[in-house]
Write a protein that binds this ligand. Structure first.
Ligand SMILES: NC(=O)C1=CN([C@@H]2O[C@H](COP(=O)(O)OP(=O)(O)OC[C@H]3O[C@@H](n4cnc5c(N)ncnc54)[C@H](OP(=O)(O)O)[C@@H]3O)[C@@H](O)[C@H]2O)C=CC1
Ligand SMILES: O=C(O)CCC(=O)C(=O)O
Length: 411
């Protein structure tokens, strides 16, 4: 299923419950602005190469638009539109004062040199600098981007607009970044896993976990869960998946990846299994933390985990979601599960605007407070209306965006 269609279906389910008028549905599903730009760049060998970049600004009724930049060869307008829409519901469900946006470049960042990537990034910002900014739309990292790209973007944006570190979040800590932003999404997954297990009277020590993706989100989630005594039996990145029935040595895998440009390629101290096998393992908790659309109607019947936490954006298609839900599988949806990242981005933006630096302790405490409050609200909403956690999260988010839209006036 196409990415935006999937997001639209989830929205419609919650909108039906809310008895939302057709006119409002149309408004809330239509992005404010979609930009596609040409990025012509001279490569290191003198060749001219043209890339395509996107920024979709979905909604700004609750504040400036916010969302990451993805560098991946499969990025296209439909995917970015879907991810931008998810950001609107995500910022609303955790109640931070933002709307939603997302962007990206269709590129495999591993196939270009660092210098080429910097030129591509700067050229992209040349094309979109006037539509982003601290009070308009604030990008951040997503798949394939990190603090390094955010530093280039800030520098390029400031060439046009002057000093303004709040124009982007996820920056290097020594360059107006927030302590704890890098770990935030994975840590948030860990914090929410603890809440979910607690509400189900389960203990981390008795929870066997399979985790897909070992990048920013996956590796920090693995670290947090390992330190909280979960038994992580499977982990994988795109180069391979690894399994140990007695639990993987996560610190060793983290050290290996750190020394190997973030990759598990060549790791030989655990049994290798197939990518599909990882998703289909007989575990208590499955955490997809890589690409979207990895659980579909094709493989849903083979998924055995009774609990799924969507660390990735949109890892489960609606048809698969139905099948899993009917089977009693509890799914913590992306718009809540991975909201730790944008929450600490918000803390970074606040610090930048105030020229004030928070301690790591404060960031972690405030992150936990925001996520706990949102989790409890979603849990109660699901119980009250007898709906899935996903529909409950969408209902809360849509209500908040609807209210802000109506208060602002639609004329
Ligand atoms: N970064 C953030 O703060 C946030 C990210 N997210 C979402 O989390 C997910 C992961 O993002 P992030 O960790 O930042 O991205 P990274 O680029 O840091 O890491 C992506 C990871 O996914 C792996 N991967 C890619 N393709 C596959 C595949 N086919 N099978 C198995 N593993 C694969 C990569 O492996 P390899 O290294 O081998 O390519 C890598 O380990 C995305 O869905 C993103 O939208 C959501 C909220 C915030
Ligand atoms: O940190 C942010 O602003 C956005 C992160 C993001 O892209 C996401 O939550 O999917």
């Amino acid at each position: 299923m196409k990415a935006f269609e999937s997001t639209r279906l989830y929205f419609e389910r919650a909108a039906d419950r809310l008895e939302l008028a057709e006119s409002l549905r149309k408004l809330l599903l239509t992005p404010k602005r979609e930009v596609q730009v040409q990025i012509p760049v001279e490569m290191d060998d003198g060749r001219l190469e043209t890339f395509i970049g996107y920024r979709v600004q979905h909604d700004d009724s609750r504040g400036p638009m916010k969302g990451g930049l993805r560098y991946h060869h499969e990025v296209d307008l439909d995917e970015v539109r879907s991810l931008a829409t998810l950001m609107t519901w995500k910022t609303a469900v955790v109640d931070i004062p933002y709307g939603g946006a997302k962007g990206g470049i269709a590129i495999d960042p591993k196939k270009v040199s660092v210098k080429e990537l910097e030129r591509i990034t700067r050229k992209f910002i040349d094309q979109i600098h006037d539509i982003i900014g601290p009070h308009k739309d604030i990008p951040a990292p997503d798949m394939g981007t990190s603090a390094r790209e955010m530093a280039w973007i800030r520098n390029q944006w400031e060439k046009y607009h002057g000093f303004g570190p709040a124009c982007i979040t996820g920056k290097p800590v020594e360059d107006y970044g927030a302590l704890g932003r890098e770990e935030a999404t994975g840590r948030g997954v860990g914090v929410l896993a603890y809440k979910l297990l607690g509400n189900l009277s389960r203990k981390p020590q008795n929870t066997r976990v399979a985790l897909q993706g070992f990048g920013n989100v996956g590796s920090h989630a693995a670290k947090y869960l390992y330190e909280s005594e979960y038994k992580i039996v499977a982990v994988g990145d795109h180069t391979g998946s690894f399994y140990s029935p007695t639990g993987l040595d996560i610190p060793k895998m983290l050290r290996y990846a750190l020394a190997n440009k973030g990759s598990l390629l060549g790791f030989s101290e655990a049994e290798r299994i197939g990518h599909d096998e990882l998703l289909e393992l007989n575990v208590d908790l499955l955490i997809p933390a890589a690409l979207g659309g990895v659980i579909t109607k094709q493989n849903a019947a083979k998924i055995k985990a009774p609990l799924i936490i969507e660390a990735a954006n949109a890892p489960i298609d609606p048809e698969a979601d139905d099948l899993l839900h009917q089977r009693g599988c509890i799914i913590l949806p992306d718009i809540l599960a991975n909201a730790g990242g944008v929450t600490v981005s918000y803390f970074e933006w606040v610090q930048n605007l105030q020229f004030y630096k928070w301690s790591l302790n404060r960031i972690r405490q405030e992150l936990e407070a925001v996520l706990t409050y949102a989790f409890e609200a979603v849990w109660q909403e699901a119980k009250l209306h007898n709906v899935s956690l996903r529909t409950a999260a969408y209902m809360i988010a849509i209500r908040r965006v609807q209210r802000a839209t109506e208060l602002g006036g639609m004329g």
